[in-house]
Design a protein around this ligand. Structure first.
Ligand code: ZN
Length: 274
């Protein structure tokens, strides 16, 4: 079934946008994109160096610092950590440069080389890992996968019993998503089209992300909604004036949601059952 929810498998789903192929699950509130005809996003050098240049040039150091604290890496030295879909390896490099003695691994379709970090180039779903890790971190990856439950099963496989997972993704219950839907009613699609660009297939609400980890055998220890650095926002327009207006709009929304909630990013920390 094409419009079956990829999180809870319910067929009780509703189309939200025909142009992009966006559906919403009425059972677990998950929003997902069904792509027909168009090929999936290729993760080429173009993707990292051009289309998402801002994102990769401005790593979310505040989030990195928070993850190091949440995993209490200072008191877990000697243990192993893998970053699944590590991109250019910014989180791993950050940990390495703190001087903490953690065995660091990263896997991504793109090639990385860095002293003291073991990088694997390839597709996470198709690689066998010889030993299990104490920690798995995955930031802004789970929204790209076609089958989130298979992705989670693979994570379960590579984690030791009682291992901890940090999963970070977009919050599709964010204020900006409500604004995008509101603007679309009046025919203004620019924000909606950007948020639901085809490189993102899964749009998690707080509820659907919790459900995904719980049904795959995890116990949640924390779940926070926040924003990422404004500098990291990839802008949809090349004309300078439009970019400035767009950026100002995003700045206002971020400032508002920092105070009242409804941030664009969410991070869940959870422990695997033995
Ligand atoms: Zn569902």
């Amino acid at each position: 079934m094409k419009n079956q929810c990829p999180i809870c498998n319910s067929e009780n789903t509703k189309i939200r946008d025909r142009e992009i192929g966006v559906y919403e699950c009425l059972k677990c509130t998950h929003v997902f994109t069904v792509i027909t005809g168009n090929p999936l996003t290729p993760y080429t050098e173009e993707y990292y160096n051009n289309k998402h240049k801002n994102w990769f040039e401005h790593p979310d150091v505040r989030l990195f610092r928070k993850i190091v604290k949440q995993l209490d890496l200072e008191n877990n030295q000697g243990k192993s950590l893998i970053d699944v879909g590590c991109g250019k390896g910014d989180f791993l490099k950050y940990v390495k440069n703190t001087g903490l003695k953690i065995q660091l691994y990263g896997i991504d379709p793109t090639k990385n080389v860095y002293d003291g970090i073991y990088f694997i180039q390839g597709d996470f779903m198709n690689i066998d890992f010889p030993d299990r890790k104490d920690f798995v971190v995955s930031t802004m990856v789970v929204e790209h996968v076609t089958e989130p439950n298979l992705f989670m099963r693979k994570i379960v496989d590579i984690l030791k019993p009682n291992g901890v997972l940090v999963l970070n993704t977009i919050n599709s219950g964010a204020l900006i998503h409500y604004l995008a839907r509101f603007l679309k009613i009046f025919g203004v699609r620019v924000v909606f089209d950007r948020l639901y660009d085809h490189h993102h297939l899964q749009h998690y609400t707080k509820k659907s992300l919790s459900q995904l980890v719980i049904q795959n055998g995890f116990e949640i220890t924390s779940h926070t909604i926040h924003n990422f650095p404004l500098k990291a926002v990839d802008l949809p327009e090349n004309r300078a004036i439009i970019r400035q207006i767009y950026l100002a709009g995003v700045a206002i929304i971020f400032a508002f949601s920092n105070v009242f909630g409804g941030g664009l990013s969410q991070t869940i920390v959870c422990r695997k059952h033995t």
